[in-house]
Design a binder for this molecule. Structure first.
Ligand code: HEM
Length: 509
């Protein structure tokens, strides 16, 4: 440990804390260490790691010093595979970073997001219809829903089926990419840069990177070219790529940058949105009293004769509390995305050296029992008892509702889009369905589920659990079908050049 840096767990010679940091569920270890070492502590891994574990420290280090803490770690694999196409791996001084961030502002601003609402509502209608038909596949239905929204608003095409080739290809790439960058699966090239020069015979990861790059390019340039071909045929639907290319003289955004902006939205917005919906469904099954109270509120305020829409959330405080509690209980990115300090900074009397990796301990902050009463229980009413769900009397200075979206210059740009998607889907789900744990066919008792068990990935959710998702009545089911029929008018605008299987699906649903 360098002198003056925050304290932390004892280190071993040469290895620092590398052996203490588990590859899986690292956020649980970070949360436990915060109890011993406080709001800001350090660990030694690939260089100095700084972990911030209170809203005040987040404000100090990531917001106030954002000009020096908005870097990202360099990744040799990201350079080889993504070739600058994914903003999450670009450092803030990279010229593409500014262009992509500005483009995302354009695509995801509050005003632009208002234009995306009809697509989100229509996709939520299909999600409800899918849940009516095949509730047991809820895990993949929400994946399709999330992916189709970002695909529609960027490239102007949708994903009608959970088996659509475009989703299969995307998921396969994400899976292989995550495997490639998970520590322990391949030699740590960033740690020992000389490994870059090992001949390919002894470095199978080099071939793998080439293969992944080819697949990634084929996937995204394929979507871009399909959009350009549609534009040549003058089949417009107002998607982001169309707008950028039509106004390229005025906006000066190059084709590759337009692509990078769309890639950012797809990579950032697919799995995260699905993760929220997956955790919501698991928690509703595990806590039936929450669902009962949500039904009571929605029946009282909305009634059973219309399906709620986005604006209705304003008059449904308990459902707002449920949504906040899902983000608290299972934050999709439990450690955010690591930032890198690009100069030395002083915070809280400690030195944060240049090139430190900074993690925001989102999971730890949301599960601190000094701040949240019974943090491991799903209790939406905590957000009715106090604004931030904290124990009354807690010092809420610098606390905000968006902690799970990161901080500083790299804060998630998709907050409005995801809030609109998840709110619409949550309202539709709660209005129309009962969600309960499946029963054991022999004993008739609920099958055991554990909402504390999260998927093992960088973006997490509650795990897939055996649930029954059933319409609340025949009348609810009938209205869900009618809403889907009506939404077909909107969805059709995004159904160009479908594969024969997708075309058959949208015709004979
Ligand atoms: C539940 C949903 C979501 C959660 C919890 C979430 C969370 C986060 C977090 C924690 C970060 C890292 C912020 C930081 O470095 O401080 C991030 C970055 C990012 N998110 Fe989200 N996000 C969600 C949805 C979305 C959506 C819908 C989009 C786009 C349509 C999106 C696009 C991005 C992008 C492009 C970045 C990288 C920003 C950068 O590196 O400058 N996210 N998100």
């Amino acid at each position: 440990r360098e002198p003056g840096i925050p304290p932390g767990p004892p280190t071993k010679p040469f290895l620092g804390n590398i052996l203490d940091i588990p590859k899986e569920a690292m956020y649980r270890t970070f949360a436990a260490w915060a109890k011993t070492y406080g709001d800001i502590y350090s660990a030694i891994g690939r260089g100095t790691i700084i972990v911030v574990s209170s809203p005040q420290m987040v404000r100090e280090l990531l917001d106030k010093h954002s000009s020096t803490t908005a870097g990202r770690l360099s990744s040799h694999f990201a350079k080889l595979v993504l070739d600058g196409l994914n903003i999450a791996f670009l450092t803030a001084s990279d010229p593409t970073f500014k262009v992509v961030r500005r483009g995302l502002q354009n695509l995801l601003s509050k005003e632009s997001c208002a234009d995306h609402v009809p697509v989100q509502q229509a996709e939520a209608s299909q999600l409800m219809y899918d849940l009516l038909k095949r509730p047991e596949a809820y895990f993949t239905h929400v994946e399709r829903f999330s992916f189709s929204i970002v695909l529609s608003v960027t490239f102007g095409v949708r994903c009608p089926r959970t088996d659509s080739e475009v989703l299969r290809e995307f998921s396969r790439f994400e899976h292989d990419w995550e495997h490639l960058i998970t520590p322990g699966h391949h030699p740590p090239v960033d740690f020992f840069p000389l490994l870059q020069y090992v001949p390919e015979t002894f470095a199978p990861w080099k071939g793998l990177c080439r293969d992944l790059k080819a697949r990634n390019d084929k996937f995204y340039y394929g979507l871009l070219e399909a959009c350009e071909r549609r534009m040549e045929r003058e089949e417009y639907n107002g998607c982001f790529i169309e707008n950028i290319l039509l106004e390229k003289e005025e906006n000066g955004i190059a084709r590759k940058d337009a692509l990078a902006i769309s890639v950012a939205a797809i990579e950032g917005g697919s799995i995260t949105t699905a993760s929220f919906m997956r955790s919501l469904i698991c928690c509703l099954a595990a806590y039936p009293e929450v669902l009962e109270r949500a039904h009571e509120e929605i029946d009282r305020v909305i009634g059973q004769v219309r399906i709620p829409t986005l604006e209705d959330i304003e008059s449904l405080p308990y459902i707002q509390a449920i949504m906040k509690e899902v983000h608290r209980f299972c934050p999709a990115a439990p450690m955010g995305l690591p930032h890198l300090s690009t100069a030395e900074v002083m915070v809280g009397g400690y030195v944060i050296p240049k090139d430190s990796t900074i993690f925001m301990n989102i999971y730890g902050m949301y599960h601190d029992d000094r701040i949240y009463d019974r943090p491991y229980e799903f209790r939406p009413e905590r957000f009715l008892d106090s604004e931030f769900g904290t124990i009354p009397g807690t010092d809420d200075t610098d606390r905000c509702h968006d902690m799970h979206f990161g901080a500083g210059r790299r804060i998630c740009p998709g907050i409005t889009l995801v809030t609109n998607s998840t709110t619409t889907a949550t309202l539709n789900l709660l209005w129309g369905f009962d969600v309960s744990v499946k029963k054991d066919p022999v004993t008739g008792k609920d099958l055991p589920i554990d909402p504390q068990l999260f998927t093992d990935a960088f973006i997490v959710s509650c795990t897939e659990v055996p649930v029954d998702i059933t319409p609340r009545s025949d009348s609810h089911a009938h209205m869900i079908r009618s809403q889907y029929v009506a939404s077909r008018e909107i969805l059709k605008n995004y159904e160009h050049d479908l594969s024969p299987e997708d075309a058959a699906f949208v015709e004979y649903w």
